[in-house]
Design a protein around this ligand. Sequence first.
Ligand code: SF4
Length: 645
Amino acid sequence: MDAFGYAGRILLVDLSSRRIETLPTSDYADRFVGGRGMATRLYWDHVPPRAGALDPENALVLATGPLAGVPVIGGSRLFVCGKSPATSPEHFTYCNMGGDWAVRLKSAGFDVVLLQGRAERPSFLLIRDGGAQLADASDLWGQGAIQVREALAARLGIETSVVAIGPAGENRATQSCLIASSDAAGGAGMGAVLGSKNLKAVVVQGPRRRTRAARPEEMQELSGYFRRIITPSPMATAGGVDLRIAGPQSRKAPCFGCLGDCLRWDYQSKDGRRGKFMCQSATFYQPMAEMVYGRDYEVPFRANKLCDEYGLDTMAVTLVLVWMIRCLRDGILTDESTGIPISRVGSVEFIETLVRKIALREGFGDLLARGVEAAAGSVGPAAVQKLTPLLARAGLPTAIDARLYPMVWLLLAMEPKLPLGHTHEITRLVLRWIQWRRGDKDGYVSNDVIRRIARRCWGSEAAGDLSGTEGMALAARMVQDREYAEDCLVLCGFLWPVMDSQFTEDHLGDPSLESRLLSAVTGRHLDEAGLARAGERVFNLNRAVLLREGHRGAEDDRLPDHWHTAPLKFDLTNPDLLLPGKGDEAVSMKGKVVDRSEFEAMKREYYALRRWEPATGRPTASLLRDLGLADVAAGLRTLSSPGPS
Ligand code: SF4
């Protein structure tokens, strides 16, 4: 295949046999585009459905997109997938990261890396000059992820990007993550997967290159257009680091190929140590530490760096500590019973003890490392009761409340993990609508603008009434197809899709921009509908992967019970619980629950729109054939329960 947009090769590494092979990217690029698409297809092709997350047969797939290396647009991210030990039961899931690892991988000659098997001894993989080799990492085993990152960079030279695990990954804690040179990938326990493969790090060496475009002037013009219409995200200012407190040494720390309109900040602590706050980690341990030490970043920064060094996901640790606080209040857990000073939450002592015990699996930490649900189950029913309202689904925290946003019902019910990119389409707009309602000088997202966006991006004007359910099944389908396509390009969910703009006359953004950029880079025409179709293909493939691994289709497409029964009282980002309704209305969602019959009706409508079996929720064979996935349909037919027709 031509070199435009792609490095041209996929790297397959069998760690057990030390066999290293390559495949041509062109075998996958046409149908699966890149990133999520290629990674999911490779997973389908290589991982037996019954493989356990920590078995050698599981694969960890690291995939770039065709826009990685394009300046300014925030498309140089990395998509990561594999079977997750953090979900219950274990199943396929994914996460992604920024920084510059993806662009360095592509510059070194590969679009995707698939790791399978288990190395005989602790090792790291070194990728450079179009090749790869395994090297001994016995001296690095047991070290912190930052320490390893720095040791490998010092050993190999400055043009090096590292993805590493800390002791938490080695010890297979379900909260473990991948720590990269300037980012991390959490939420799926992938650090444990790498640890189970005896792999301490994956290192890419060589210069970072910009992507060669088939039509460079057009690509440049479109990047400039993106810069002109993109509006600073309200989420960037809704939390994170306040520079007035962080001090003059702190600064923005964007990923490669991005201007950094987000929560990523490089912070310098009082002892001169530097490090990044990244997305959710920008708020990690902040409210708790503030209660003890006042508004200051020293302790949250220290807590962040502890998690990074041990290789723990700050979001997963937050879930653990919130649950422990709730248990402490009712005497279910105590400092004595856990050996963790829960009563001193907010202190350095508490966070140091908690993360060390989880990462090293000491005492109560061993129970926590198996997953917060398993831990609660072992403690007893009262502990489970304290956990349930915190979960969106098994093992996954609630970051967005379905009772507040009817449009997210199906988005949350269908995904193997919390689909934050999907829900950002709605929450980002609502935050801007709140700015407009309170008369902020930059507020521009009125009810009218939302209706226009609904017509353009969600399939009907009715979906612009965000408080209702009309049009939401179609909207959910369109959001999913678009977001899956965005993940094939591995575009940042903070910036994309560009649905609205402060700088256009009608305040509409331009959701055709991704397909136009892709066409300019690869030289192959794909319009907005074509890209959404690719998203639909990958979404259905994702569904097939889950079904093959035991997802029960319609039976498992559900929301947690408490959202159907406990009335909505509070939301951190939308404290007044207001949504745009019909006309110029603002509708209060206070006291709402997710009505079961409305949810089931929406699901039925959605299955019909998807051409899925109404009773089972499985993609029909004819749909899969139309999507170019006839072999996937055949694979699903071999499942024991009745297959799709
Ligand atoms: S917006 Fe932030 S997280 Fe997204 S690509 Fe840019 S710097 Fe990275």
